[in-house]
Design a protein around this ligand. Structure first.
Ligand SMILES: Cc1cc2nc3c(=O)[nH]c(=O)nc-3n(C[C@H](O)[C@H](O)[C@H](O)COP(=O)(O)O)c2cc1C
Length: 191
């Protein structure tokens, strides 16, 4: 099985989502040591904003990079994504990646009956972390947004793990991350 591991936290070693995504990937490797993992660090190697030159082909290197990011996503059986909450939504680094994988004719298309997702057979696991509490509240633009994006392109096996209230106290932070790690135990589908 091929696993794409994406991180987008700017906080490096202090990141909650990085700790959780790393644990999910490590468990999958324990389960199936033949799993091929590709790690893309969207904070350390940020994709540029999608612009007219990339879309229009006047930036061939940018267009090639976008195409490679899309193929990397399409090739993965499982995608593990670290999605910290930044100002109620996802980090712009992760949004730049979303802009590469929501591509008409590749991951969705419009039909006479409306849009149709073209992605099949993929599991997407998202680790969300937030300083406050937002789950199922109007202030959460992370999980509803990513549900919309992945649902739109056809992903039906979409799972979320959340660690919240991380800014309340160090003890709360540790407990919330540990609870998320427990939630994540059985997340990856067996190969
Ligand atoms: C730029 C920035 C914006 C943030 N915005 C929010 C926010 O809107 N709501 C919230 O609850 N926490 C917010 N936080 C706190 C993060 O969600 C929290 O630090 C979380 O642990 C981030 O995940 P990470 O540790 O993987 O980076 C923000 C943090 C940063 C650095």
């Amino acid at each position: 099985m091929k696993l794409l591991h994406l991180d987008s936290s700017a906080l490096g070693a202090h990141s909650a989502t990085r700790e959780i995504t790393a644990a999910i990937v490590a468990r999958q490797l324990q389960r199936d040591s033949a799993t091929r993992v590709v790690h893309r660090d969207l904070a350390a190697q940020p994709l540029p904003h999608l612009d007219g030159a990339i879309l229009g082909g006047e930036d061939p290197a940018g267009a090639a990079e976008s195409a490679a990011v899309l193929e990397e996503f399409l090739a993965a059986d499982t995608v593990v994504i670290g999605a910290p909450m930044y100002n109620f939504g996802i980090p712009s680094a992760l949004k730049a990646w979303v802009d590469r994988i929501a591509v008409a004719g590749r991951t969705f298309r419009y039909t006479a009956d409306g849009p149709e997702g073209l992605v099949q057979g993929k599991t997407v696991i998202v680790a969300v972390a937030a300083g406050g509490l937002h789950a199922a509240r109007p202030s959460d633009f992370v999980e509803p947004y990513l549900r919309q994006v992945f649902g739109f392109i056809g992903v039906t096996d979409l799972r979320f793990v959340r660690a919240e209230g991380l800014a309340f106290s160090p003890a709360q932070r540790r407990a919330a991350i540990d609870a998320a790690l427990d939630d994540a135990v059985d997340l990856p589908r067996a190969a």
